[in-house]
Write a protein that binds this ligand. Structure first.
Ligand SMILES: [Zn+2]
Ligand SMILES: [Zn+2]
Length: 408
């Protein structure tokens, strides 16, 4: 049993479970869903309203709806009682079963104004630990810092990687996996981390996103290049070309790539982001321009990762020819592909495939606005058909490749 005290601190895990239950309540009542990320998590006063609001709205349901919610919550959240307490001690009526269903009659209608009471609930057990039979999965590309900002707003999260990896998603993945590691990319100069995280089997990549070119002052670029030599850095990227905002930044993006490739050490995998202008879905010219540039600075043994890959067959073949250690990392972006992209995906050798979420973007799970590494199995589930593999096979292949590239 857990008691949510009328304080400013509701543990995140409990807040998450409440959010899930709130979603179930909204569905049952036919109300529009409240998105978890719309509510500041943790220490905000809005979080305090959460259980109280829940108690209040249950009172407004018709008897039939209450029964429906009681059924829903019997599994997920059983409200035992609403117990007045002045001393912060949890109390239930003596001898009473903690309750398996909502007793709406006993919920005070003025719950919002009651400050001396505690809302006593039974929370469902945490999501069961990973089954030994689940496939081990590796998320080759995600952004722990951006994901935490989407989850918690602009609150500074001191350890975004730890926070994210230890996070329990409100909505369980539809294809659960045992998450064994991944690569978090820092690539935003304006919110550069004060220190780099260290966590076994979770690696750090440093880059300057091509769309952040305006934020990358010469001083920052020098600092960035020095930092790339630190032992905690396992890859360089994401760096590359992006013309979504127009071609006006292309020359600067190219110049930055030259500086980075010319000043950083050989050996670290390079993670590239390539995105053509609006309507240029295959970005063939950009992939080709990048390949030629990398060839000027690196040997054919260089390990390269084309993150969020969406090119055509020519791109796959030319990169593998120039750099046999090229890895094509796929994510939710590939859910709907053109015939030419499908052909390219099938031509990627199994040993050169990686799987990524690119969290917080490109979610593939319904109703999830913020993608998480925990949903990497869902990505595999959506994409496996493109590779003529089962989701499990795709996950296992990509995990082995991810370990080979980043965990050596
Ligand atoms: Zn990218
Ligand atoms: Zn990314």
């Amino acid at each position: 049993m857990t008691v949510l005290k009328a304080s400013h601190e509701i543990p995140r895990a409990e807040f998450q479970r409440y959010s899930g239950c709130l979603g179930a309540l909204c569905s049952a009542a036919g109300w529009s869903q409240i998105n978890n990320s719309d509510i500041p998590c943790g220490a905000g006063p809005a979080a305090l309203l959460h259980p109280r609001w829940l108690a209040l709205v249950i009172n407004y349901l018709s008897p039939a709806r209450r029964d429906l919610v009681a059924d829903l919550f019997r599994e997920r959240l059983a409200v035992a009682d609403y117990v007045p307490s002045a001393d912060g001690v949890e109390r239930l009526p003596p001898g009473e079963d903690p309750g398996q269903q909502i007793d709406a009659e006993r919920l005070p209608s003025d719950a919002m104004e009651t400050t001396e009471t505690m809302f006593v609930v039974h929370l469902p057990s945490p999501i069961p630990p990973a089954d030994e039979d689940l496939p081990e999965a590796f998320d080759s590309h995600f952004h722990a810092d951006r994901t935490c900002r989407r989850l918690f707003g602009d609150t500074t999260v001191e350890s975004p990687l730890d926070t994210l990896v230890d996070w329990t998603p409100v909505q369980a993945p539809s294809y659960p996996v045992k998450l064994v590691g991944g690569v978090t990319c820092f690539c935003d100069p304006e919110v550069w981390p004060a220190s780099l995280p260290t966590r076994p089997s979770w690696k750090v990549s440093l880059g300057i996103h091509p769309r952040k070119i305006a934020e990358a002052s010469p001083g920052f670029v020098s600092q960035f290049i020095r930092q790339c030599a630190e032992p905690g850095v396992s890859a360089i990227g994401e760096i590359g070309y992006d013309l979504m905002d127009g071609r006006q930044h292309l020359a600067k993006q190219h110049q930055l790539l030259e500086t980075i490739l010319g000043s950083t050490r050989e050996g670290l995998p390079l993670i590239f982001h390539v995105r053509g202008a609006q309507g240029d879905d295959l970005a063939e010219d950009l992939y080709s321009k990048l390949r030629e540039l990398v060839g000027q600075f690196r040997s054919p043994e260089q390990t390269t990762v084309l993150h969020c890959f969406h090119g055509n067959l020519k791109t796959v073949r030319s990169w593998l020819e120039a750099f046999p250690n090229t890895f094509f990392s796929v994510n939710g972006f590939c859910r709907r592909v053109k015939a030419s992209q499908q052909e390219a995906l099938l031509a990627i050798p199994k040993d050169n495939l990686l799987l990524e979420t690119d969290s917080p973007y490109l979610g593939v799970t319904n109703n999830v606005r913020c993608n998480l590494p925990h949903y990497i199995g869902d990505v595999a589930q959506k994409l496996a058909g493109h590779f003529h593999m089962s989701p499990r096979e795709l996950i296992e292949v990509c995990t082995a490749n991810g370990r080979r590239v980043f965990l050596k």
